[in-house]
Structures are given as C-alpha cells and as structure tokens.
Design a protein around this ligand. Structure first.
Ligand code: FE
Length: 204
C-alpha cells in the first residue's frame, strides 16, 4: 500500500534507531550475508501486508457481522483472539469505532506502543517524535498532513497507547461496498485507516 505522501516533519527519517539499523544493514550487506532486496521485501511484508492483513480481516468481519462488531467493541482482546490473533506479550486490545460523529486516532506519546497482533510492525513515522507530540496537541493538523480532512462537526479523539493497552481503530465502511464480501472488504482496509490517520477509500 503506497501512502503517496510527500515527506514532511512527521514522516521524516527516524533518529538514532534508524541509523543503527542502517549501520547494521550496511555491515551485513558488506559481508555478503544479505541482499538489500530481500530486506526491503521483508520490511514491506511486515509493515504493509502480513501485519495489517490481520487487522483488515477483523475490520471486514466487524463490518459484515453485527454480533462480532459488538463483541469487538466490548472486548477487543477476546474478539481479536477469536479470529486467531493473539497479543505477543498479553497486551489488552481496545477497538474504537469511527463514525460520522467521531474520528479516532491512535498514538503512543511515550514511545511506540502499537497493536502488533492486528497491525504488525509500526511504521517509521508512528515512532517519530513529531507524530507523537503533535497528535496529542494538534490531531487535526496531523490528519491534514496525511491528507485526511475531518469535518468540523466531527469530534476527533486521540487514544494514547501504552505497554498494557493497545488501541486500534475500526474505520467507517465506505459507501459503494454493499455488494463486496468479507475478503474483498478486507482488501480495502489499510494499515493507516486502523491507526486512524486516514479513512478507508471507496473502491473505484
Ligand atoms: Fe509506547
């Protein structure tokens, strides 16, 4: 899933960790232990496909099965486990629903706590200092940087994740998807929509 965003303060390269990773990568490459294409593929797999695909399946199920949706919003941990996705370290999962009235966005202001069970690895920008600081103070501004306009009538709610509690957004099901089955719906759901920085686009 290409985000298509230009680089800006939030999406800029990550600090020290990124440098350390780069250094390690260069070393492994130099020693001929790995190929750069293989690394890129792995990162892309965990960041954009393998991880978020679990969450996308949870969302599509909630969109098509009202009882499941009720369970998911009441007890995210159990409903997600029902689909076979377990927290890595026993973190609790809380799912918050986007509606016409409320838009939810997830952050970890302290570090980078992320719902691994459903979304895989956090994107670099999620861990960046500007995202962490500004999502708390100016969520609408951050949303705008992701190209997401939220109407003034819609309340924006920020959820601060931590080691024990991991939030995930249940995005709004877009119009024009009435005929799609669960698998086709899951394919529309992006990682960013489950963090709450974007909406799920209607299919073209
Ligand atoms: Fe954290």
């Amino acid at each position: 899933m290409g985000s298509g965003m230009s680089s800006n303060a939030i999406r800029g390269p990550d600090s020290e960790t990124a440098l350390r990773v780069k250094a390690l990568e260069s070393l492994l490459l130099e020693k001929g232990l790995i190929e750069t294409a293989a690394i890129d593929e792995l990162i892309e797999l965990f960041e954009n496909r393998l991880g978020p695909w679990n969450g996308a399946k949870v969302v599509a199920r909630a969109w098509t099965d009202p009882d499941y949706k009720t369970r998911l919003l009441q007890d995210g941990t159990a409903a997600i486990a029902e689909m076979g996705f377990e927290a890595v370290q026993g973190e609790e999962m809380v799912v918050v629903e986007n509606t016409a009235d409320v838009h939810n966005i997830v952050v970890c202001t302290l570090c980078s706590c992320f719902p691994w069970a459903t979304l895989g690895l956090p994107p670099v920008w999620y861990k960046s200092a500007p995202y962490r600081a500004r999502t708390a103070s100016d969520p609408r501004g951050v949303l705008r940087e992701f190209g997401t306009e939220i109407s003034e009538d819609t309340k924006v709610r920020v959820w601060d994740s931590n080691a024990e509690l991991r939030y995930m957004v249940l995005p709004e099901r877009p119009a024009g998807t009435e005929r799609l089955d669960e698998t086709a719906l899951a394919e529309l759901v992006t990682r960013d929509s489950m963090i709450g920085v974007s909406k799920v686009a209607r299919p073209d």
